[in-house]
Every structure is written in structure tokens, then in C-alpha cells.
Design a protein around this ligand. Structure first.
Ligand code: CO
Length: 211
């Protein structure tokens, strides 16, 4: 085994030991069940790890990550995570977390060809196009990209809310709130984008699925 892979096993043994030192029954309890209250939908970026950023232990946050934290209604991977989190684990909060300096957002904005990924990033071009007037009014390009990161999160929050999964949960009277946050790589802090949705009445009529 090469050294750069072997070190991961060394790290793993040291980590498991330190966890057991703090709480000898930690792994036994976790192996029996998970009861996370949060679903984190974030970017795959290595600098945006869900648990560490919000100080949660294994077992406390269910996680789905993809390039540029996108929620697409035909993506069965993301929908499966969402359904399991809401219907089985009964998480109380779904949090879409974007981050400033997102390479996916930049690639979509700059129109350069990256290959297959462009088909995924097309979803961000939709956001760019929808908010083009607001974005064009921002003189500085980096500020415009930062705003596009925020607008992408706000859009993906609405996509979560428009799924059958969220709407059926609200129809059943299940407590569920969907939030949009953005993370700064520069200071490690998350900002709430004030676009939380916690009920069907906040969903535009055209997107409502009542059953
Ligand atoms: Co990113």
C-alpha cells in the first residue's frame, strides 16, 4: 500500500481510539441506530465538510453532496437521500449549503467548456439567466459570482420545497423546515440567506402538489 493511502488507515485508528477515549460506548450506540435531525445538501468541495463546519458528531447529520449543491427533480440520487431523510429518519431540517468561491459556479458563469460537467452546471446557467438583471447590475465580477452562489442556494431551496417529498411531509403535518446557507472559505462562517420555508402555504400555487 502506498504511503499516501496508508496514512489514512493510521489516521483512522488514531481517530477511533480518541473517540472511544471520550465516550467508550460511542460506536456501539451509533451502530444500533442513527437519529440525525438535519439533512445537509452541500457542495462536493473538499473545503466544505458538513460535520466539522457545524460541529456535529457522526450520527447527527445526514449528508448529500454534489458539485455546486444542486437539487434536480430528475436526480434520483439526491431525491433518494431526501426521501430517506424526511420519511424514514424524519429529519426536522433540510439545509442547502452553498459556498463562496465555488468552482462549479465559476465554471458555469465563465462559459468555458469543461465537458460532461457542463450538462450538470447547466442548472446554474438557469439561475444566472433568471437573475441576469440583478447580476448584471453588480459591477465587480467576484461580487457577482458571490451573489450567484447565494442565488443558486435560494433556487435549490425552492427545488427541495417543490418535490413531492417535502410537500407530502407538510401535507401529513410533519415538522420540516428547508433552509439556505452560504459558507465562507475565508473565515469559516456560515450565513443564513433568510429563505427558509416550513409549510405548504409558502409554495407558489403552480408548484403545489396536493394529494
Ligand atoms: Co463548490
Amino acid at each position: 500500500m502506498s504511503d499516501d493511502v496508508k496514512i489514512l488507515f493510521d489516521n483512522n485508528r488514531a481517530w477511533a481510539e480518541s473517540v472511544k477515549t471520550d465516550d467508550p460506548a460511542f460506536f456501539e450506540k451509533l451502530a444500533a441506530q442513527q437519529t440525525p435531525e438535519y439533512l445537509w445538501i452541500g457542495c462536493s468541495d473538499s473545503r466544505v465538510p458538513a460535520n466539522q463546519i457545524v460541529g456535529l458528531l457522526p450520527g447527527e447529520v445526514f449528508v448529500h453532496r454534489n458539485v455546486a449543491n444542486i437539487v434536480v427533480h430528475t436526480d434520483f440520487n439526491c431525491l433518494t437521500v431526501l426521501q430517506y431523510a424526511v420519511e424514514v429518519l424524519k429529519v426536522k431540517h433540510v439545509i442547502v449549503v452553498g459556498h463562496y468561491g465555488c468552482g462549479g459556479i465559476r465554471a458555469a458563469y465563465e462559459s468555458r467548456y469543461t465537458g460532461l460537467a457542463d450538462n450538470w452546471l447547466r442548472n446554474i446557467r438557469d439561475v444566472h439567466f433568471r437573475y441576469r438583471e440583478e447580476l448584471d447590475a453588480i459591477a465587480d465580477k467576484e461580487e457577482r459570482l458571490a451573489r450567484l452562489c447565494e442565488l443558486n442556494v435560494i433556487t435549490q431551496v425552492s427545488h427541495v420545497c417543490h418535490t413531492t417529498i417535502a410537500q407530502q411531509a407538510w401535507s401529513r403535518g410533519q415538522k420540516l423546515a428547508v433552509h439556505g446557507w452560504v459558507y465562507s472559505l475565508r473565515d469559516g462562517l456560515v450565513k443564513d440567506l433568510d429563505c427558509s420555508v416550513d409549510g405548504l402555504e409558502l409554495i407558489p400555487e403552480a408548484y403545489r402538489i396536493v394529494g
